[in-house]
Design a protein around this ligand. Structure first.
Ligand code: NAP
Length: 296
Protein backbone atom coordinates (compact mmCIF):
# COMPACT_ATOMS: atom_id res chain seq x y z
CA UNK A 1 0.00 0.00 0.00
CA UNK A 2 1.42 3.45 -0.83
CA UNK A 3 2.50 5.62 2.11
CA UNK A 4 0.35 8.76 2.04
CA UNK A 5 2.50 10.94 4.24
CA UNK A 6 5.34 10.07 6.57
CA UNK A 7 5.16 10.54 10.32
CA UNK A 8 7.20 13.62 11.17
CA UNK A 9 9.75 12.84 13.87
CA UNK A 10 9.62 15.98 15.98
CA UNK A 11 13.18 16.63 17.13
CA UNK A 12 12.17 19.76 19.03
CA UNK A 13 9.67 17.89 21.19
CA UNK A 14 11.97 14.90 21.79
CA UNK A 15 14.85 17.23 22.65
CA UNK A 16 12.62 19.04 25.13
CA UNK A 17 11.83 15.72 26.82
CA UNK A 18 15.57 14.98 27.12
CA UNK A 19 16.37 18.49 28.37
CA UNK A 20 13.60 18.26 30.98
CA UNK A 21 15.04 14.96 32.24
CA UNK A 22 18.50 16.53 32.41
CA UNK A 23 17.04 19.47 34.36
CA UNK A 24 15.43 17.15 36.93
CA UNK A 25 18.61 15.07 37.31
CA UNK A 26 20.73 18.22 37.55
CA UNK A 27 18.64 19.47 40.47
CA UNK A 28 19.02 16.07 42.13
CA UNK A 29 22.81 16.17 41.71
CA UNK A 30 22.97 19.70 43.09
CA UNK A 31 20.89 18.83 46.14
CA UNK A 32 22.86 15.60 46.79
CA UNK A 33 26.35 16.96 46.28
CA UNK A 34 26.32 20.73 45.70
CA UNK A 35 27.95 20.07 42.31
CA UNK A 36 26.55 22.30 39.55
CA UNK A 37 27.35 20.80 36.13
CA UNK A 38 29.46 23.36 34.30
CA UNK A 39 30.15 23.53 30.56
CA UNK A 40 33.03 25.71 29.38
CA UNK A 41 32.71 26.64 25.71
CA UNK A 42 35.59 28.01 23.67
CA UNK A 43 34.80 30.13 20.62
CA UNK A 44 37.65 31.28 18.39
CA UNK A 45 36.86 34.10 15.97
CA UNK A 46 33.38 35.26 15.05
CA UNK A 47 32.00 32.86 12.46
CA UNK A 48 28.26 33.71 12.45
CA UNK A 49 27.06 30.07 12.42
CA UNK A 50 29.39 29.17 15.31
CA UNK A 51 28.14 32.21 17.24
CA UNK A 52 24.56 30.93 16.87
CA UNK A 53 25.48 27.36 17.89
CA UNK A 54 27.38 28.52 20.98
CA UNK A 55 24.60 30.90 22.01
CA UNK A 56 22.00 28.12 21.66
CA UNK A 57 24.15 25.77 23.75
CA UNK A 58 24.61 28.39 26.48
CA UNK A 59 20.89 29.15 26.53
CA UNK A 60 20.00 25.46 26.78
CA UNK A 61 22.45 25.01 29.67
CA UNK A 62 20.96 27.86 31.65
CA UNK A 63 17.39 26.67 31.04
CA UNK A 64 18.24 23.22 32.37
CA UNK A 65 20.02 24.59 35.45
CA UNK A 66 23.58 23.92 34.28
CA UNK A 67 26.30 26.54 34.47
CA UNK A 68 27.98 27.62 31.27
CA UNK A 69 30.85 29.97 30.58
CA UNK A 70 32.07 31.20 27.22
CA UNK A 71 35.73 31.83 26.45
CA UNK A 72 35.95 34.10 23.41
CA UNK A 73 39.26 34.24 21.64
CA UNK A 74 40.45 36.35 18.75
CA UNK A 75 40.63 34.60 15.36
CA UNK A 76 44.38 35.31 15.27
CA UNK A 77 45.16 33.36 18.46
CA UNK A 78 48.04 30.91 18.07
CA UNK A 79 48.07 27.17 18.81
CA UNK A 80 50.16 27.49 22.00
CA UNK A 81 47.80 30.03 23.59
CA UNK A 82 44.72 27.99 22.75
CA UNK A 83 46.38 24.88 24.21
CA UNK A 84 47.20 26.84 27.37
CA UNK A 85 43.50 27.69 27.77
CA UNK A 86 42.48 24.04 27.24
CA UNK A 87 45.03 22.89 29.85
CA UNK A 88 43.74 25.51 32.31
CA UNK A 89 40.15 24.30 31.81
CA UNK A 90 41.33 20.67 32.19
CA UNK A 91 42.76 21.45 35.62
CA UNK A 92 39.91 23.71 36.79
CA UNK A 93 37.89 21.57 39.27
CA UNK A 94 34.85 23.81 38.75
CA UNK A 95 34.65 22.89 35.02
CA UNK A 96 33.08 19.52 34.12
CA UNK A 97 32.71 19.73 30.35
CA UNK A 98 34.85 21.46 27.70
CA UNK A 99 33.62 22.25 24.22
CA UNK A 100 35.80 23.81 21.53
CA UNK A 101 33.45 25.05 18.83
CA UNK A 102 34.41 23.84 15.36
CA UNK A 103 35.49 24.76 12.78
CA UNK A 104 38.62 26.46 14.10
CA UNK A 105 40.47 28.96 11.88
CA UNK A 106 42.63 27.20 9.29
CA UNK A 107 45.99 28.09 10.89
CA UNK A 108 45.10 26.04 14.00
CA UNK A 109 45.56 22.27 14.31
CA UNK A 110 42.06 21.18 15.41
CA UNK A 111 43.01 17.58 16.08
CA UNK A 112 45.81 18.55 18.46
CA UNK A 113 43.44 20.89 20.32
CA UNK A 114 40.68 18.27 20.61
CA UNK A 115 43.18 15.61 21.72
CA UNK A 116 44.35 17.98 24.49
CA UNK A 117 40.91 18.04 26.15
CA UNK A 118 40.87 15.79 29.23
CA UNK A 119 38.89 12.65 28.22
CA UNK A 120 36.74 12.95 31.37
CA UNK A 121 35.70 16.49 30.29
CA UNK A 122 35.32 15.68 26.58
CA UNK A 123 31.56 16.22 26.34
CA UNK A 124 31.63 16.29 22.53
CA UNK A 125 33.15 12.78 22.74
CA UNK A 126 35.73 13.44 20.03
CA UNK A 127 38.75 12.22 22.04
CA UNK A 128 40.17 8.88 20.79
CA UNK A 129 39.82 7.40 24.29
CA UNK A 130 36.08 8.11 24.23
CA UNK A 131 35.78 6.86 20.65
CA UNK A 132 37.47 3.61 21.72
CA UNK A 133 35.21 3.17 24.72
CA UNK A 134 32.16 3.75 22.52
CA UNK A 135 33.36 1.21 19.94
CA UNK A 136 33.83 -1.36 22.69
CA UNK A 137 30.27 -0.79 23.90
CA UNK A 138 31.25 0.74 27.27
CA UNK A 139 30.84 4.45 26.55
CA UNK A 140 31.80 7.27 28.88
CA UNK A 141 30.21 9.91 26.63
CA UNK A 142 28.45 9.37 23.31
CA UNK A 143 29.06 11.80 20.42
CA UNK A 144 26.16 14.25 20.56
CA UNK A 145 24.69 14.10 17.04
CA UNK A 146 24.73 10.29 16.59
CA UNK A 147 23.53 9.85 20.18
CA UNK A 148 20.72 12.29 19.44
CA UNK A 149 19.68 10.23 16.42
CA UNK A 150 19.69 7.04 18.53
CA UNK A 151 17.51 8.76 21.14
CA UNK A 152 15.07 9.85 18.43
CA UNK A 153 14.82 6.31 17.06
CA UNK A 154 14.29 4.93 20.58
CA UNK A 155 11.65 7.46 21.65
CA UNK A 156 9.82 7.18 18.31
CA UNK A 157 9.66 3.42 18.76
CA UNK A 158 11.65 2.61 15.62
CA UNK A 159 12.82 -1.00 15.76
CA UNK A 160 16.47 -1.42 14.82
CA UNK A 161 17.20 -5.12 15.47
CA UNK A 162 17.73 -6.99 12.22
CA UNK A 163 16.99 -3.89 10.14
CA UNK A 164 19.28 -2.64 7.43
CA UNK A 165 20.59 0.82 8.31
CA UNK A 166 22.43 2.79 5.65
CA UNK A 167 24.51 5.78 6.77
CA UNK A 168 25.60 8.22 4.06
CA UNK A 169 28.79 9.94 5.23
CA UNK A 170 31.88 8.71 7.06
CA UNK A 171 33.03 11.76 9.04
CA UNK A 172 34.54 11.24 12.49
CA UNK A 173 31.84 13.48 13.98
CA UNK A 174 28.71 11.97 12.44
CA UNK A 175 28.95 9.12 9.93
CA UNK A 176 31.45 6.75 11.56
CA UNK A 177 30.13 7.00 15.14
CA UNK A 178 26.56 6.79 13.82
CA UNK A 179 27.35 3.48 12.16
CA UNK A 180 29.20 2.30 15.28
CA UNK A 181 26.18 2.97 17.51
CA UNK A 182 23.73 1.26 15.15
CA UNK A 183 25.81 -1.92 15.12
CA UNK A 184 26.19 -2.21 18.92
CA UNK A 185 24.76 -5.22 20.69
CA UNK A 186 21.24 -4.42 21.83
CA UNK A 187 20.68 -2.09 18.85
CA UNK A 188 21.53 -4.86 16.39
CA UNK A 189 21.09 -3.15 13.03
CA UNK A 190 22.98 -4.43 10.00
CA UNK A 191 24.90 -1.39 8.85
CA UNK A 192 26.23 -0.12 5.53
CA UNK A 193 28.29 3.08 5.28
CA UNK A 194 28.27 5.05 2.02
CA UNK A 195 30.65 7.83 0.97
CA UNK A 196 31.72 9.75 -2.10
CA UNK A 197 33.34 6.67 -3.68
CA UNK A 198 30.38 4.33 -3.16
CA UNK A 199 29.24 2.76 -6.43
CA UNK A 200 25.54 3.12 -7.30
CA UNK A 201 24.66 4.81 -4.04
CA UNK A 202 20.99 5.02 -5.03
CA UNK A 203 20.73 1.23 -5.22
CA UNK A 204 22.39 0.85 -1.81
CA UNK A 205 20.09 3.44 -0.22
CA UNK A 206 17.01 1.75 -1.68
CA UNK A 207 17.79 -1.32 0.45
CA UNK A 208 17.72 0.71 3.70
CA UNK A 209 15.00 0.21 6.29
CA UNK A 210 16.63 3.13 8.14
CA UNK A 211 18.40 5.73 6.00
CA UNK A 212 20.60 8.31 7.69
CA UNK A 213 21.98 11.16 5.59
CA UNK A 214 25.05 13.10 6.81
CA UNK A 215 26.49 14.35 3.55
CA UNK A 216 26.40 18.15 3.62
CA UNK A 217 24.80 18.47 0.16
CA UNK A 218 21.31 20.04 -0.01
CA UNK A 219 18.61 17.55 -1.11
CA UNK A 220 21.23 14.88 -1.94
CA UNK A 221 18.78 12.06 -1.15
CA UNK A 222 16.08 12.00 -3.82
CA UNK A 223 12.74 10.23 -3.56
CA UNK A 224 13.88 7.38 -5.83
CA UNK A 225 16.71 6.55 -3.39
CA UNK A 226 14.24 5.66 -0.63
CA UNK A 227 12.61 2.29 -0.04
CA UNK A 228 8.84 2.68 0.53
CA UNK A 229 8.18 2.70 4.27
CA UNK A 230 11.78 3.44 5.30
CA UNK A 231 12.62 5.65 8.28
CA UNK A 232 14.62 8.64 7.03
CA UNK A 233 16.88 10.66 9.34
CA UNK A 234 18.28 13.85 7.89
CA UNK A 235 21.38 15.07 9.74
CA UNK A 236 22.29 17.68 7.13
CA UNK A 237 22.17 21.38 7.87
CA UNK A 238 22.84 23.40 4.73
CA UNK A 239 22.31 27.11 4.32
CA UNK A 240 20.64 27.90 0.99
CA UNK A 241 20.10 31.65 0.82
CA UNK A 242 18.22 32.52 3.99
CA UNK A 243 16.89 28.99 4.51
CA UNK A 244 18.25 25.90 6.22
CA UNK A 245 17.74 22.72 4.22
CA UNK A 246 18.69 19.15 4.90
CA UNK A 247 20.48 16.49 2.88
CA UNK A 248 17.13 14.90 1.94
CA UNK A 249 14.57 16.12 -0.59
CA UNK A 250 11.95 16.38 2.12
CA UNK A 251 8.88 16.90 -0.09
CA UNK A 252 9.65 13.83 -2.21
CA UNK A 253 10.80 11.70 0.72
CA UNK A 254 7.82 12.37 2.94
CA UNK A 255 5.45 10.69 0.48
CA UNK A 256 7.60 7.52 0.40
CA UNK A 257 9.08 7.13 3.89
CA UNK A 258 7.08 5.94 6.89
CA UNK A 259 8.78 8.48 9.18
CA UNK A 260 11.14 11.38 8.57
CA UNK A 261 12.97 14.12 10.46
CA UNK A 262 12.47 17.70 9.25
CA UNK A 263 15.20 20.34 8.87
CA UNK A 264 15.17 22.49 10.89
CA UNK A 265 13.55 20.97 13.97
CA UNK A 266 14.88 17.43 13.56
CA UNK A 267 18.34 16.23 14.53
CA UNK A 268 19.70 19.75 15.31
CA UNK A 269 17.90 20.25 18.66
CA UNK A 270 18.85 16.69 19.69
CA UNK A 271 22.56 17.47 19.38
CA UNK A 272 22.28 20.21 22.01
CA UNK A 273 20.14 18.05 24.31
CA UNK A 274 22.77 15.29 24.24
CA UNK A 275 25.50 17.83 25.00
CA UNK A 276 23.63 18.74 28.19
CA UNK A 277 23.27 15.05 28.99
CA UNK A 278 27.04 14.57 28.58
CA UNK A 279 27.83 17.57 30.76
CA UNK A 280 25.62 16.12 33.49
CA UNK A 281 27.41 12.77 33.08
CA UNK A 282 30.78 14.55 33.41
CA UNK A 283 29.67 16.21 36.65
CA UNK A 284 28.45 12.84 37.94
CA UNK A 285 31.92 11.39 37.27
CA UNK A 286 33.31 14.01 39.66
CA UNK A 287 30.65 13.11 42.24
CA UNK A 288 31.56 9.40 41.92
CA UNK A 289 35.27 10.11 42.27
CA UNK A 290 34.74 12.19 45.41
CA UNK A 291 32.43 9.50 46.89
CA UNK A 292 35.06 6.83 46.13
CA UNK A 293 37.79 8.96 47.75
CA UNK A 294 35.56 9.42 50.82
CA UNK A 295 34.93 5.68 51.28
CA UNK A 296 38.61 4.68 50.89
P1 NAP B 1 31.73 16.03 6.33
O1 NAP B 1 32.82 15.87 7.31
O2 NAP B 1 31.90 16.99 5.19
O3 NAP B 1 31.41 14.58 5.72
C1 NAP B 1 30.54 14.43 4.65
C2 NAP B 1 30.51 12.99 4.22
O4 NAP B 1 29.65 12.90 3.10
C3 NAP B 1 31.88 12.45 3.80
O5 NAP B 1 32.10 11.19 4.35
C4 NAP B 1 31.78 12.39 2.29
O6 NAP B 1 32.47 11.29 1.71
C5 NAP B 1 30.30 12.17 2.08
N1 NAP B 1 29.94 12.66 0.76
C6 NAP B 1 30.21 13.85 0.21
N2 NAP B 1 29.75 13.91 -1.07
C7 NAP B 1 29.19 12.71 -1.30
C8 NAP B 1 28.56 12.14 -2.44
N3 NAP B 1 28.42 12.82 -3.58
N4 NAP B 1 28.09 10.89 -2.35
C9 NAP B 1 28.22 10.18 -1.20
N5 NAP B 1 28.82 10.66 -0.09
C10 NAP B 1 29.31 11.92 -0.15
O7 NAP B 1 30.36 16.45 7.03
P2 NAP B 1 29.79 16.12 8.51
O8 NAP B 1 30.53 16.92 9.51
O9 NAP B 1 29.67 14.66 8.69
O10 NAP B 1 28.34 16.76 8.36
C11 NAP B 1 27.41 16.27 7.41
C12 NAP B 1 26.18 17.17 7.43
O11 NAP B 1 25.60 17.10 8.72
C13 NAP B 1 26.46 18.65 7.18
O12 NAP B 1 25.34 19.21 6.50
C14 NAP B 1 26.54 19.25 8.57
O13 NAP B 1 26.20 20.61 8.61
C15 NAP B 1 25.50 18.41 9.27
N6 NAP B 1 25.68 18.30 10.72
C16 NAP B 1 24.58 18.46 11.48
C17 NAP B 1 24.65 18.33 12.85
C18 NAP B 1 23.40 18.48 13.64
O14 NAP B 1 23.46 18.79 14.81
N7 NAP B 1 22.23 18.21 13.04
C19 NAP B 1 25.86 18.05 13.47
C20 NAP B 1 27.00 17.85 12.66
C21 NAP B 1 26.89 17.97 11.28
P3 NAP B 1 34.09 11.19 1.66
O15 NAP B 1 34.50 10.78 3.04
O16 NAP B 1 34.32 10.15 0.65
O17 NAP B 1 34.59 12.55 1.29
Amino acid sequence: MPIVSAQIIDGKAIAETVRNQVAVETQRLISESGIIPHLAAVLVGNDPASEVYVRNKERACHKAGLKSTLHRLDATINQAKLLTLVHALNSDPDVHGILVQLPLPKHLDSMQILDAIAPTKDVDAFHPENTGLMLQGRPRFLPCTPAGVMKMLELTGVRTAGKHAVVIGRSDIVGKPMAALLVQKGIDATVTICHSRTADIGAVCRTADILIAAVGIPKFVKGDMIKPGAVVIDVGINRVGERLVGDVDYAAASSIASAITPVPGGVGPMTIAMLLQNTLTAARLVQKRSQAAFTH
